[in-house]
Design a protein around this ligand. Structure first.
Ligand SMILES: [Fe+2]
Length: 224
């Protein structure tokens, strides 16, 4: 993943409208009632640790497409569990506004991380494609980490205060099994991620252009 600048004022407004919908007592209360998702295949290791990743490397690739361990609440689950809640009902509306503004890509996942929230190591090779991740952090105390095949080491992109945007590509676990994109994220304070997966590279490029107003390093960003 590469970071790009968020320079589109309209998009910034649409994104800021979602903050109070995620950061409110309905969501916090719901999130507290949900137990952590635990990985039964690797029950004894911190799902964001290096050891967990190295253990997962030896297991079946298809078991780690989706995160097996997490502490957080997908927006889709909120709607299912609290269909009567008026604040939660506004979330899909606010997110689909962003989606329409960006040219209607599929919104793959919107996620609320509570305090000390995390999403354990996984690779999304079961939902391959170009992607765009928009993250909100109160003070940038969280981050996104990934496995770098070139250096054979873990890199971390720290969150920034406010919104930040990362773009990348998730290889297919069947066709590109040797280069699937292992990643995890964790945070101390509450965090939001809104993610899109895009099948066509051209559409992904157009979205990057729109978000950054064309201000990005093409060689670096598009070479993914
Ligand atoms: Fe992911």
């Amino acid at each position: 993943m590469k970071s790009i600048k968020l320079k589109n004022g309209r998009l910034e407004t649409l994104l800021s409208n979602t903050i109070e919908l995620f950061y409110n007592d309905s969501v916090r209360e719901l999130s507290k009632t949900l137990p952590d998702r635990k990985d039964k295949l690797i029950p004894d290791l911190d799902p964001c640790s290096d050891d967990y990743l190295f253990t997962a490397f030896k297991l079946k690739l298809s078991d780690y497409g989706y995160p097996r361990a997490l502490r957080g609440t997908p927006q889709a689950d909120m709607e299912k569990m609290r269909p009567e809640n008026k604040t939660i009902a506004k979330l899909p509306v606010a997110i689909s506004r962003i989606s329409r503004f960006l040219g209607s890509p599929n919104n793959a996942l919107s996620m609320y991380y509570p305090e000390d929230g995390f999403i354990g190591w996984h690779h999304n090779g079961n939902a391959p494609g170009y992607n765009i991740l928009m993250t909100y952090s109160i003070d940038g105390d969280g981050g996104f980490s990934f496995w770098d095949y070139d250096t054979k080491s873990i890199h971390t992109i720290p969150d920034k205060k406010g919104w930040s945007v990362k773009v990348g590509y998730y290889p297919n676990e069947r066709k590109e099994a040797d280069r699937v994109y292992w990643h995890m994220a964790k945070t101390k304070k509450e965090r939001i991620t809104i993610a899109w997966v895009i099948n066509q590279k051209e559409m992904w490029k157009n979205m990057i252009d729109e978000i950054s107003q064309g201000d990005y390093n093409r060689d670096d960003v598009l070479r993914q």
